[in-house]
Design a protein around this ligand. Structure first.
Ligand code: FE
Length: 350
């Protein structure tokens, strides 16, 4: 199992990657100190270390990081049960945060600061999880093949004119499950199934690879448009590799549904673990993550949109333009997840 562990000691960072078995042996002494926050994170961006160091500098509390994908972390907290050292769980996509709440591993917290800083549609109504950064799921188009005036909505991608032209990853990916969940909320089951069938009929190839793979395939002409999260485009555009920069230069970003509900926006977020040994530090950590300083790190580190107003965007991200976001409750994506997955399955979206 690939679970890695790092300890962040503000300023100087000691990084140790150890096997999960070894981890179980070394975990407990660290876990019991109230000067340590045990963070389970499914984010895998190296730039996040700046967040942990910033928190340690402010509070003197060290961050002990366990990294794995969301499903593994949720499973692990469940199986560790009352013995879990985890204080905070952070993951991407509201669908995963919803699953964590459903799994019973989070506890509700009340914080005036979190409530006033984070828009109401980007946090759990019961205080189980909070959105910390935003990402839009957009249409990336090959500028040689598609004009922005050819594009309108997610719904219109089911039109026959896109036959053989659309690149999108598999239905096993939570980003697509949440997008489909948002269509389901907007249009109901029958229309969503018709849409999914039309979309699948327009695929340029059987789904393979991640969002970056779809973007690269659009630039290479495998298809004409790709569906991807905004930060993947920024990452390519800012790459130190000239071939990746060239890929981004061939492509445009289109924000769908600007004349109706707005572009689909998802979040990265976190919550306090039910069995947290250090719940005060856990809350402090979530509160730190909505500070201007931390929000700026989200914005410049992984090129995400902040949840807090007035924080500057990465210049490349800002160059995509401002847009109207769908203000649908992020909790809906989780609520609709199972139904969305069934629809995708019936539509033959593999
Ligand atoms: Fe991602």
């Amino acid at each position: 199992m690939t679970i890695s562990r790092r300890v962040f000691l503000g300023g100087s960072t000691a990084i140790a990657t150890v096997a999960a078995s070894q981890l179980a042996r070394m975990g407990s002494s660290v876990a019991q100190s109230d000067r340590v926050l045990n963070l389970y994170s499914a984010r895998h961006y190296d730039t996040d270390s700046a967040l942990y160091e910033g928190f340690t500098q402010k509070t003197g509390i060290k961050v002990n990081l366990i990294e794995a994908d969301a499903a593994k972390l949720i499973e692990r907290i469940k199986s560790e049960s009352a013995a879990s050292p985890a204080d905070v769980l952070i993951t991407v996509d509201a669908g995963n945060l919803w699953r964590a709440r459903e799994a019973g591993i989070l506890q509700p917290v009340r914080s005036r600061l979190l409530q006033t800083s984070i828009p109401v549609n980007l946090r759990d109504p019961g205080g189980y999880w909070f959105g910390l950064s935003r990402r839009a799921r957009v249409i990336v188009y090959n500028k040689e093949k598609v004009k922005p005036s050819d594009l309108t909505t997610y719904e219109a991608l089911a039109d026959g004119k896109w036959k053989g032209r659309i690149l999108i990853r598999s239905s096993s990916n939570v980003y697509n499950q949440s997008l489909t969940g948002s269509i389901l909320h907007a249009h109901g089951e029958q229309k969503t199934e018709d849409w999914a069938k039309g979309l699948v009929a327009n695929f340029a190839r059987n789904p393979e690879g991640n969002d970056t793979a779809q973007i690269k395939a659009a630039a290479a002409g495998v298809g004409d448009i790709a569906i991807a999260n905004t930060y993947y485009m920024v990452r390519l555009a800012k790459s130190s590799k000239p071939e990746e920069k060239a890929i981004a230069a061939k492509l445009g970003v289109f924000f769908p549904n600007q004349r109706d509900r707005g572009a689909h926006v998802n979040i990265c977020g976190g919550g306090v673990v039910k069995t947290a040994r250090n719940p005060e530090a856990a809350l402090k950590f979530l509160e730190y993550l909505v500070s201007r300083e931390a929000q700026q790190i989200f914005a410049s580190g992984n090129n995400e949109y902040p949840v807090v107003k007035g924080v500057a965007l990465d210049p490349v991200l800002a160059s995509f333009g401002s847009f109207k976001s769908d203000l649908m409750d992020a909790a809906v994506f989780g609520k609709n997840n199972a139904a969305a997955l069934k629809i995708m399955d019936r539509a033959g979206w593999r």
